[in-house]
Ligand binder design. Structure first.
Ligand code: UD1
Length: 422
């Protein structure tokens, strides 16, 4: 028995939708709980499969983890296991972020090389070289990354590329190192700021969060804390694109609109009227679209550039826009595999290296399609909303790794979508 989504195109999405905590933040915050003995509480956790998987990974290291509603309570023992090679570890990409905390706490780690999305090659060289600068030896053995250190010391580290994962791992090892570490060309994503905020609440001394230079003054121990996960800007963007593509009117709550500045600007360029709401319970934005979207170009880059995770939505939007769009992918080469599925739906698209040219068509045409990763899956559903007839989207477990209540939210906004068991 398998499940898929059946999407009947044609509805205009109208209404309100709530966004909960960011997948790409919560998993790192859960790993950060390894850094302090005692109970750390994380709130606004999304109800997605990766959270219980991460909980299992932490349990295999000796933590007790309670998941209740949107709250995760992680109790970290004085003595942690440093063998992170359980089945759960291999299943999610973010499991690699236990590497830094384990090296920080235990001075050694054996971490299964991560699974996750099929979006292209995901090397760990910068994670390794950063930890080596801090005094660890690292190598790959039997499908695991192994790290060992006598002790960790502060260092000057220049990253070749502002990698989120490498920044997070180096940061989480450096907070317990002896002396000062400077990470240059660090990632600036809002999820990195969220992690820095939680680590600071735990007693870490970090300067420069949200800039390309992070300075970390090592401390001898951290204490547990309570922290609320930031809203998921990628899920927020998904709803924004859906509103424009279906010529709808969608109010999105629970996400900081400034984390979406460039996305919202692109939606305006496509012809949407966008209103932002700052702070408090109303935080979010509203996208109102009247008429056919105009073609816009997109270039993916690390934050504050246009997120690679939003690239499938950019392609889906371009496929139904008036005019020709150029999409440039600078992070993950295999993300363009999604275009083959879009072509099944009638998109006029071709790729050349890391560029794609999409000539918008008036309407897409339904077909069976297969999700290859979380965002590609969501992008196919958005495309299905603009297609004639019923589009069947398979391999939906990918989508459910990133979108809590996706079908329910779509239906609430008026989409004709159902989950089908076959
Ligand atoms: C995270 C996000 C993912 C997002 C990506 C880029 C999580 C769980 N996942 O992934 O959704 O698409 O950021 O915003 O947070 N690289 C190297 N060597 C390394 C590390 C990275 O060459 O040691 C390269 C990668 O191949 C890629 C680029 O750097 O081209 C960015 O990757 P990175 O920011 O590390 O992505 P992740 O942290 O894996």
């Amino acid at each position: 028995m398998s499940e898929h989504f059946r999407v009947h195109g044609g509805a205009r999405l109208v209404g309100e939708v709530d966004v909960v905590g960011a997948k790409n933040s919560v998993l790192k915050l859960m790993a950060a709980a390894l850094l302090a003995e005692g109970t750390t509480t994380i709130t606004n956790c999304p109800d997605i499969l990766d959270v219980p998987l991460m909980a299992d990974a932490l349990r295999s290291l000796g933590c007790q983890v309670e998941l209740e509603g949107d709250v995760a309570r992680i109790t970290t023992p004085a003595e942690l296991s440093f063998h992170a090679d359980s089945e759960a570890m291999g299943k999610l990409r973010a499991s690699i972020c236990v590497l830094g905390p384990l090296v920080g706490r235990c001075k050694r780690a054996v971490v299964a090389l991560p699974g996750g999305d099929a979006i292209g090659s995901r090397p760990l060289d910068m994670h390794q070289s950063g930890l080596e600068k801090l005094g660890a030896k690292t190598w790959i053995e039997h499908g695991c990354i192994v790290a060992e250190a006598e002790g960790l010391h502060g260092a000057q580290i220049w990253l070749d590329f502002p990698s989120m994962g490498a920044t997070e791992n180096i940061l989480m090892a450096a907070v317990l190192a002896n002396g000062t570490t400077v990470i240059d060309n660090a990632a600036r994503e809002p999820e990195i700021i969220d992690l820095c905020l939680m680590l600071t609440q735990m007693g870490a001394k970090i300067e420069g969060a949200g800039t390309s230079t992070l300075t970390v003054h090592g401390v001898t121990e951290l204490k547990p804390t309570e922290h609320r996960v930031i809203g998921d800007r990628i899920v927020g963007a998904t709803w924004g694109f859906a509103a424009v593509m279906t010529r709808g009117d969608v109010r999105v709550r629970g996400v900081n609109p400034h984390h979406l500045d460039l996305v919202l600007e692109k939606l305006r360029m496509a012809g949407a009227e966008v209103t932002v709401y700052e702070g408090g319970e109303d935080e979010g934005f509203r996208v109102v679209m009247d008429g056919r979207p105009k073609a816009v170009d997109f270039v993916t880059l690390p934050y504050p550039g246009f997120a690679t995770d939003n690239q499938p939505f950019a392609i889906a939007l371009s496929a139904v826009s008036e005019g020709t769009s150029m999409i440039t992918e600078n992070l993950f080469e295999a993300r363009f595999r999604f275009i083959d599925e879009m072509i099944r739906l009638g998109a006029d698209a071709r790729t050349d290296g890391h560029h794609a040219v999409i000539r918008g068509v008036e309407k897409l045409s339904s077909a069976p399609v297969w999700a290859s990763d979380i965002r590609a899956g969501a992008g196919l559903v958005l495309a299905g909303l603009c297609a004639d007839g019923a589009t069947e989207v398979y391999e939906i477990f990918h989508i459910e790794r990133g979108y809590p209540g996706f079908v329910e939210n779509l239906r609430k906004l008026g989409a004709d979508v159902e989950r089908v068991t076959s």
